[in-house]
Design a protein. Sequence first.
Length: 249
Amino acid sequence: MTTPDAFAHLPELQGQLIPAHASGLRLTDEVLAEWDAQARGQGLPAHWRLPDSDVERSRRQVLDAITARQDDLWVFAYGSLMWNPGFHFDEVRKATLPGYVRRFALGTTIGRGTPDCPGLVLTLQRDSDNHAGQQCEGLVFRIPAPLVPEESRLLWRREMITGAYCPALLPLQTPQGTVNQALVLTANTAHPHYRGDLSMQATAATIASACGRIGSNREYLDQLVAQFSVLGIEDPYVHALAEMVQRAC
């Protein structure tokens, strides 16, 4: 269980995160079965998600060294993990990842959209404009070593369900010091759901209209902006998009 001590660095976050036991994105076998049933009901093919064996193979390829050493696992949060991590943790800090930016560039047909009206969720990608000092601010959670096998398995199911991210272990900067290796989920630009070609206007129009199993696309954006306010995070792209969505609605 996550204790109040986990918020020692960020007491303002207490009460701002959905507890793991209440998270609809903690993909236990039961929750995953519900997602599969919904996918069938929407007419999605049986292969709408990766086989469990492929997801597990990906997890082991990235985390084998960490689990073998029985190390804690740090997880970088830049999107929905910032308010709904869905896993148990012992510590959370603010964190910065240099050279990367958030973009709503991943299509979704089940979580925040449908096959008829796909939504968009965040990806993390290298700054293509090469702006000096560009970085992504978010949170980093520490999962204690004894919990890493189970908590990372459920996290992998959630984030790698269609293989739309490229998981990597990268260094992060935090006010308490450098985290040498944190799990970072970057964009898989070769994935068929990647929508990096969308304009800001098209992105805003999609977010304003899409809705899926776990809520509307606009709610996702609103929750992100609300968490930025709690944490004092400035992201010009996200704030500009939020203003455009507000006007579209």
